[in-house]
Design a protein around this ligand. Structure first.
Ligand code: SAM
Length: 262
């Protein structure tokens, strides 16, 4: 029986892909990099060639020991045994880049946390499941478009860089992978009056993907109230589905609902 890998331990086995990921990460010689889940060090090796300093976070004690043996003497290298899902990225440096072949079970939780700490982050070059990348880059009106697309694109510029087949990993995962670059935006692309309302409205609009906005918005909790006329006057017809709304339209919708709630 094959050993279970609860920590998403699918190791990249192709050094040319590792080199390409680091090339696309575009790291200046003095740059600081945080690597999440270095594993057996295929990306770490490349990072130490290119970056000024590397802080690596690995949760697995056995891999942690192996990494220390291999890279511990390199003065550019710092290794912390930590859970990347609740690490304090504010303490990792003032401004740094993130590079990771993410553990897939935790990919979205880690990305959300990194976005939370985006003021510290220049950009993130991340490998994750292809289907999740499809959702992160999705445009309105497409099947993959959902609240994850809206929140990510609200905070970051999203670029798809590379496709990687499952055979490039040992053991191979069930799905293919893609590499993306997320660049935190200095200013959000649309003005949102109240972030909590925005998040709540977006989540509610996608609650039943096939339902019209009118029906999904019925489940907005008190004290939110919907003024149908105001919303439709702003050009958002409530017989549309949430998946057709652009970021701007979500902002308009949330701002109108917020205004009503003030
Ligand atoms: N970077 C290596 C590579 O490309 O081959 C390993 C990538 S593997 C997909 C994910 C790595 O993340 C593993 O080394 C795993 O032990 C580590 N990991 C899993 N969960 C983690 C967590 N919550 N925090 C930090 N590291 C984690």
């Amino acid at each position: 029986m094959r050993k279970k890998r609860p920590l998403g331990q699918n190791f990249l086995n192709d050094p040319s892909i590792a080199a390409e990921i680091i090339r696309q990460a575009n790291i200046p010689p003095e740059g600081r990099v945080v690597e999440i889940g270095p594993g057996k060090g295929i990306l770490t090796r490349e990072l130490l060639e290119h970056a000024g300093s590397v802080l690596a976070l690995e949760i697995d004690p056995q891999l942690f020991r192996g990494l220390n043996r291999e890279f511990g003497k390199n003065s550019k290298f710092e290794l912390v045994q930590a859970d990347a899902m609740n690490y304090d990225y504010g303490a990792a440096g003032n401004r740094y880049q993130v590079v990771s072949n993410l553990p897939y079970y935790a990919a979205m939780a880690i990305i959300k946390r990194l976005i939370h700490y985006r003021k510290h982050i220049v950009d993130m070059t991340l490998m994750l499941q292809k289907e999740v990348v499809d959702r992160l880059v999705a445009e309105p009106g497409t099947r993959a478009y959902g609240s994850l697309s809206v929140f990510t694109q609200f905070n970051c510029r999203v670029e798809r860089l590379l496709e990687v087949k499952k055979g490039s990993f040992s053991p191979p995962p069930k799905v293919d992978s893609s590499v993306i670059k997320l660049t935190p935006l200095k200013e959000t692309p649309v003005i949102v009056k109240n972030l909590k309302t925005f998040h709540h409205v977006v989540n509610t609009a996608f609650f039943h993907k096939r339902k019209m906005l009118r029906n999904n918005l019925k489940s907005l909790n008190q004290p939110y109230q919907i003024d149908i006329k105001k919303i439709e006057d702003a050009g958002i017809q409530l017989d549309r589905r949430g998946e057709t709304l652009t970021l701007e339209e979500f902002a308009t919708l949330a701002n109108l609902i917020e205004a009503n709630h003030d």
